[in-house]
Design a binder for this molecule. Structure first.
Ligand SMILES: Nc1ncnc2c1ncn2[C@@H]1O[C@H](COP(=O)(O)OP(=O)(O)O)[C@@H](O)[C@H]1O
Ligand SMILES: [Mg+2]
Length: 248
């Protein structure tokens, strides 16, 4: 049994976190925690600092004040990056002319960030497992540039899954994808959450889908995050009104 210094049920915890770009605060005194096994959807208007919040959670930005902990450990000392997977808002906007196959893109997940190295046989197994989990095994030899938006998003999720993370952070992964593929994508995330026990934190504008799948909703606005612990607690209409969204 692997002995952990810090045993915790918390994937990420932010305490009094403040962040500013060039002296302009965009997040102030954020307190938020995500437990192991949770499915949290973060919603909010454009420019509300959703992406910034997620970058703070995955260590791509450092808070100006306050503390971020990953798996119970201060993020400043955290180095077990294999435990989390991150799909950035830009992930799917790949150069479609770049001649990389699906399998190559998924494999490249091994080279992003730090973490322990795997031997080539284990790597291949992990690539195949990640493609199987995301339902893209059939596409392995195809060029990513030739795929549909929905298929391409699954490739980037597979890439993020290749190091077998315990938590996935996804920044607007379904933008520009048709409704049917969006639904399929949320079903995939649900399966990963329920069957593989992967904690999911997703930034999304699909309120309808978020309500169906996420157990907890966080509204990001006015430099804060307002958590609704239970999606039964609020109505879609309420959130749409607060955020100025139109429900489709
Ligand atoms: N690298 C940056 N430098 C300066 N300002 C930024 C930078 N990234 C984002 N911002 C600003 O911070 C605010 C929050 O941005 P972002 O986190 O991307 O919001 P969201 O993801 O909710 O649309 C916006 O006003 C944006 O213009
Ligand atoms: Mg964003």
């Amino acid at each position: 049994m692997h002995q952990k210094d810090h045993f915790t049920d918390e994937v990420v915890k932010l305490t009094d976190v403040t962040f500013a770009y060039n002296g302009t605060p965009v997040l102030e005194n954020i307190n938020l925690s995500v437990q192991v096994g949770e499915f949290l959807a973060l919603i909010g208007p454009n420019g509300a600092a959703k992406s910034t919040l997620m970058k703070l959670m995955v260590g791509l930005l450092k808070p100006k004040a306050g503390e971020v902990r990953l798996f119970g450990q201060d993020i400043k000392r955290f180095c077990d990056w294999n435990r989390i997977g991150y799909v950035s808002q830009q992930a799917a906007h790949v150069n479609t002319a770049f001649p990389a196959t699906v399998e190559e893109v998924v494999s490249s997940g091994f080279y992003s960030g730090f973490g322990k190295l795997f031997d080539s046989k284990k790597r291949q197994e992990a690539v195949e497992h990640a493609m199987k989990l995301t339902g893209i095994s059939e596409l392995s030899r195809r060029l990513v540039g030739e795929l549909s938006g929905g298929q391409r998003q699954k490739v980037f999720v597979a890439k993020a899954l290749v190091k077998n993370p315990e938590a996935l952070f996804l920044d607007e992964p379904t933008t520009g994808i048709d409704a049917a593929s969006q639904q399929e994508f949320y079903n995939l995330l649900m399966d990963l959450n329920r069957n593989e026990g992967i904690t999911v934190v997703i930034i999304t504008h699909d309120i309808g889908a978020a309500f169906g799948k996420a157990k907890k909703i966080g509204c990001v606005r006015d430099k804060g995050v307002y958590i609704h612990e239970n999606t039964n607690e609020v109505t879609q209409e309420h959130i749409a009104e607060v955020l100025g969204y139109k429900l489709s």
